[in-house]
Write a protein that binds this ligand. Sequence first.
Ligand code: NDP
Length: 241
Amino acid sequence: MSGLSSKTILITGASSGIGEATVRELAATNANLFIGARRTDRLQALAEELGEQVAWGPLDVTDPVSFNAFADAAEATFGRIDVLVNNAGIMPLSPLAALKREEWTRMIDVNIHGVLNGIAAVLPRFVAQRAGHVINVASIGAHLVVPTGAVYCATKYAVWAITEGLRQEHDDIRATVISPGVVATELGNDITDPQVAEALKGWRQKSLTPDAIARAIRYALEQPEGVDVNEVIVRPTAANM
Ligand code: NDP
């Protein structure tokens, strides 16, 4: 049996893609999973399918009140919180000259404030119990910038920096960045520029399935307490960027 079987793991963005795959992967460890997103019908269906070790709560990561309530509900359900997987993210790519300010703001809200709201919801507990693990899903876009990706990559560089800061500030809390290359998910379905949406289809020709990222998350989680996997970059073998 996995060493995770007595742990409670919170997973955001669990209604599709990498988050959903992570729920399925970790359900096999017998850990308690508390999963969140806005599309609660999907969370409910996933929890019903996987059994009572999976519970769910509505979550808008951009809202600190929502995130705190989500963490409180997880603790009320399973008695404690050991891990937070900050996975929720959006990627409405566009060239800067298109001035899609509302999309820039939304990306910053979900991808940066969402991660910070998550850290704020669990960190006091982790400090008090002198243990905990925050896994932040960044991106290969935390390491390189591509045209139309300026703001998205900026948010992921920020996620990288926040995780590194968390790691440096705490001796007994683990911090991990998972940086996926292209993965076939619903990410980018909200791209409003037709040319960029077409380009995304091209990038997706060489893509991973979400379970590849879920296994990387499980790898980081299953290390002994004294081992902190700081970052894992996972790309399709055929990727050239
Ligand atoms: P999906 O679009 O399939 O999943 C995104 C998840 O985020 C959904 O479950 C969505 O749930 C959730 N979400 C979005 N906004 C909010 C919000 N305000 N509050 C709560 N949940 C929210 O994409 P992926 O699985 O691909 O994305 C997961 C992570 O992986 C993201 O951080 C993304 O940036 C990162 N990533 C993905 C790559 C890829 O190629 N797919 C590559 C590199 C990184 P709901 O809408 O129900 O709230």
